[in-house]
Design a protein around this ligand. Sequence first.
Ligand code: SF4
Length: 349
Amino acid sequence: MPFKDIKSLSREELRQFLSDNGHKPYRADQIRVWLFCQMKQTYEGLNIPAELCELLETNFRIKSLNEETKMESQDGTIKWLYKTADGLPVETVMIPTETRASVCVSTQSGCAMNCAFCRTARMGLNRSLESGEILEQIINVHRYFLENAQERKVTNVVFMGMGEPLMNLDAVHRACVCLHDQKTFSMGKGRLTISTSGVAPKISELLERGTPCQLAVSLVAADNETRESLMPINKTWNLTELLNAVDSYLAQSGEWVTLEYILIKDKTCTEAAAQNLIRIVKPRRCKVNAIVLNNNENPELQAPSEQEINEFLEIVRAKAVQINIRNSRGCDIYAACGQLAEALNGRML
Ligand code: SF4
């Protein structure tokens, strides 16, 4: 790609760039408000000297994502497919409720983690996104609300779209800092959630960097054998290593961690699986968000029956473990968990 997105620069980097090129550093805030609050995609109308405008245009991209398709679910969920400046697919999902609008952003185009239940895995990894490309997904949803006269704002951002966020931590950290910044998006850290498939050594880096976010971990299964069959990452960092990393995060941050669990027939929704889950969650400051496996093309992976789900929940709740069933949203447009993949010409991967 010829240029970096200007939105990928931190405030300090932009100030430095301006001062290195003979311009007043205070202009950085003016430019950032224009990009992040006014959501502009040209410099037309911005009150800066013409030569500064030219300097920015010759050094940076101001727009990174081109909308290819927009699909609307019966439940109000919207999924956008974008192409990056170098032609790679990226999907973003907006999930509305009465009081919230959560945006699920992609951090990579495709993903290398190869989880068995996930369509994105079948794309492989194209590349990691710049922080400007991540932020533009959120800005685009804000702009969509504005253009459609909806009095909504993005209230929550979850880093759970295409890609493994901790494999692109620098850009994800930058995006979180910008979203948290009072002069731009001003979103509290409780509204930003990074979800990892289990890149254990990177979990502590979130605290070292001071990334403003909450942590969610895709546990998916609660024993090594089942987890390994569903998530190859478990061969690199097994449950013991992952839970050690979670424990040290819990100890250092003093916060709660969300464990995401997927209910799969005969695999993770059995009595033995319930006991394994209890053993993991009970001693930790964790809550479990469980979802029932979504439509996928793997014949070995099926959703459990309602009775099996209820029996599982009864066992877990009897031990006072906090477990919530999350309803999947946007299944009809392949926008739910594990379903994001390039959607072109009506064809799903
Ligand atoms: S579930 Fe997440 S980490 Fe696993 S392949 Fe899909 S996008 Fe990647």
